[in-house]
Design a protein around this ligand. Structure first.
Ligand code: NAD
Length: 332
């Protein structure tokens, strides 16, 4: 039913049932690394909930998926606090919505600014803590405020340097992912061994990183791209694009496809380009992310409880081949 035809009571009832359904799917996806529905199904129901809550703001509840980031800490892992929360991203599904995001942002910002365009890597967020240049801790995003201590796991990942080229004390954030080839080989081995297969590379990466037995993580050929910091002060960089270049100098692995866009036309052509390239990339992407390039502007714009105000994800339409097989078991 169109939202304009609903009264508040009807909207509240529908929202409550959407929350129950979405929160169950979130548990399957984030906590068990075993989704029960395709992402676009989740995204559609989520968008309906956002629309209901936007039309009737007083029906929002604190347990609404619109107010929550990620999942809970898996049993057996030590908890890590994130004093600066690890957030999600707002998303849009069309050029018109992306343009509206840009229009809104520019209404609130006096000075002109560029966007840094990046690929949205289909993996899971992780945080690396370096003290005086030495890697001391790794953690997952968890629910944004509290994640899992995965220090022993990340020590087995080749793309993560144990020491930076300068003795910085800094928290660096990025994405852990499983390359497509490693994913295909892993599922082939599991199938041959009569084991359950992973639904997609994202869930395989999450299931492989959140392992109490670090030998399993080490075998899974995970990789990383770093793209964010909790606090940029220790860096020389003052823009997102300079930061990625500085990360590379420090020895961190970055995704080299980033590009500064001076106009929305350039943003749209970046999107077109990588939508075409997507099948040929060695890793999965589910969209692109645009970020206001100046780091001080990112800081001054800040975030809502869930998403930064200075960035947005443009989601690609789902892959043509459904990845979620109907008759597999969902153990890890
Ligand atoms: P998200 O994955 O859509 O976007 C936020 C994340 O993008 C960040 O936390 C970061 O990890 C990642 N990212 C990748 N590349 C990045 C880059 N270059 N810069 C910044 N961030 C980058 O958000 P989310 O809140 O983790 O998950 C929501 C999505 O997960 C939904 O849109 C849905 O598709 C999926 N989901 C699916 C189910 C299901 O049952 N299928 C359930 C829950 C969530």
């Amino acid at each position: 039913k169109p939202i304009s035809e609903l009264d508040q009571a009807a909207a509240a009832t529908e929202a409550a049932s959407l929350r129950t359904e979405l929160n169950q799917w979130r548990q399957d996806y984030y906590d068990n690394d075993a989704p029960k529905v395709e992402d676009d199904v989740y995204d559609r129901e989520y968008a309906r909930l956002v629309a209901l809550e936007t039309a009737f703001p007083s029906i929002v509840t604190s347990d609404s998926p619109t107010q929550l980031v990620g999942g809970t800490v898996k049993a057996g892992f030590t908890k890590v606090q994130h004093p600066i929360p690890m957030l999600s991203l707002g998303d849009v599904f069309s050029q018109a919505e992306l343009q509206a995001f840009d229009d809104r942002l520019r209404q609130n910002v006096d000075d002109p600014f560029d966007y840094n365009c990046e690929l949205k890597i289909d993996g899971l967020a992780l945080s690396l803590q370096y003290e005086n240049g030495k890697l001391v801790q790794g953690s997952t995003r968890g629910n944004g405020s509290v994640g899992e201590d995965i220090t022993r796991n990340i020590m087995t990942i080749d793309s993560i340097p144990h020491e930076l080229s300068r003795p910085l004390t800094i928290e660096v954030r990025g994405e852990c992912y499983m390359p497509k080839a490693a994913f295909a080989a892993l599922n082939e081995r599991r199938e041959a061994a009569g084991e359950s297969v992973f639904a997609n590379p994202r869930n395989a990466a999450a299931g492989s990183l959140r392992q109490l037995d670090t030998k399993v993580t080490a075998e899974r050929q995970l990789s990383t791209f770093m793209y964010n910091v909790a606090d940029y002060e220790p860096l020389k960089a003052r823009t997102q694009s300079e930061m990625l270049a500085e990360f590379a100098d420090l020895g961190l692995t970055i995704n080299p496809t980033f590009k500064v866009a001076h106009s929305m036309a350039e943003v749209f052509s970046y999107i077109d380009h990588y939508q075409n390239e997507r099948p040929d990339l060695a890793y999965g992407i589910d969209g692109i992310v645009i970020k206001a390039n100046p780091l001080p502007l990112q800081r001054s714009l800040g975030a809502t409880v869930k998403v930064p105000r200075w960035a947005i994800a443009f989601k690609f339409p789902p892959d043509e081949q459904p990845t979620l097989l109907k008759d597999v078991e969902w153990t890890v």
